[in-house]
Ligand binder design. Sequence first.
Ligand code: SAH
Length: 390
Amino acid sequence: MNQPRAILTPKGERWFRSGHPWIFRDDVFSVDKTENGDITALFNHQNTFLGWAFYSRFSRITFRIITSQPHIIDQAYWRVTLQKAIEGRKTLLDHSQACRIVFSEADGIPGLIADWYAGHLVIQTLIPGTDNILDKFNDIFHELLHPTSILIRNDLEARKVEHLPQEVRTISGQVHENIRIQEGSVQYWVSTMEGQKTGAYLDQRENRLHLGSCAQSHGKVLDCFCYTGGFALHLAPKAEEIIAVDDSAPTLELGRKNAELNGFSNIHFQKKNVFDYLKEADKQGQRFDLIVLDPPPFARKKSDISAALRGYQELNRRALRCLNLGGILNTYSCSYNVTQPIFLEILSHSVQKARVRAHLLEKRIQAGDHPILMNFPESYYLKGLTLKVI
Ligand code: SAH
C-alpha cells in the first residue's frame, strides 16, 4: 500500500491519547512514504491505527493531528468540518460583522486560519499540510459562504519555520483597501491587505464590547497599544478624554479615520513607545481613571519567558502608578507561555512594586470564536485581568 504512514514511540502514543494535537520529532519512531505536507496515517508499534495527521518535514512539530477517527480525509470530510466551524459562528456571520471562522487545531483543521470581514474572507495556511490543499478549502468556502472576495495573507513568520514562501494574493473577487466593520455600536475600518494579523485583533472583540459597556462614565482614559483604536472607540462615548498610544504610524492613521467615522473628537492618538509614554506620564504626575494595556506577545518562545515577565511587570507597575484612586486597570497578555496563574502573579508583584492596593475585579479570556481546546493549552493564549486601585 502506498499510503503515507508513521509509527509513534510509546511516549508519542501516550501524548497522542491525551488529545494534544501536536507530535514532536522525538516521539516519532519511523516515517514511511511520506512527503512534506502529506496526510499521514499514524500507528503504534502493535500496528494499531491511531489517527490522521499532517506531516511537517522541517518543523519540530512533525505531526499535527487531524482526527483519531478512521474517516477518509477527502473533500467531503473537510466540507463537514468547515460546516461545523461555520455553524458555531452563525450569529457573528452577519454582513457587517467580523469574526474568526476557523481557529486551526481548536476547530480540527491544524494550520488553517480563516477570518470573516463583512463578507470578505482572509485565509492563512501555516503549515505545508493546509498549504497543499488550499484550493480545496477555497472551493468549500465559496460553496458554503459565498464570500465577496478571498485574500490569502500568508506573510507570517510561522511559515518560515516550515520553509514556506511569504505571499499575499487575492484569489477571488476584489479586495477593497479598507473594509467597514460593525462591532456593537462602533464602526471601524480594517485593512486586510496591510493590517496586522489578518487586519484586526478579532480575539479582543468580546473584551472591547464588555469594557465599553461596563461603567457609567470612564473619565480620563489611556488606551495603550491601541492599534487602530480598538478599545478607545468603545470607550469614547462615556469618556471625557482618551489618549490612545501605539508606535505604528499607519495604524494610528487608520485609528484617526475610525474616530472620525464614529464622530468621536475626544480620542487623541499619539505615536510613542508605551514604556516611554508611561514613564513620562508618571514623572509629570498625569493620572487616569481607566488604563487599557494590550501589548503584543512578549514571550513567543519558552526562552523569552523571563525577559517577558520583567516586561509585563514594568508595564503594569507603571500603569498602576498612573491611576487615580478608584481607577481601573484592564490588562492583557497574549503570550501562551505566560499562563493565567503566572499573569496573576505578575500583577501581584506589579501592585506591590507600584505601592498601591488593588482589588481583582475580573478575569477575561479570548473571544468565543477563538475556542480554547482544553487538551491543547497552547490554544488558551489571551488572558485579561481587571483591577481597581483602592
Ligand atoms: N488593542 C488593540 C490591539 C493591540 S495589538 C485592539 O483591540 O485592536 C498590539 C499593538 O501594539 C500593535 O498595534 C503594535 O503596533 C503596538 N506596539 C507594539 N509594541 C509597542 C510599543 N513598545 N509601544 C507602542 N506600541 C507598540
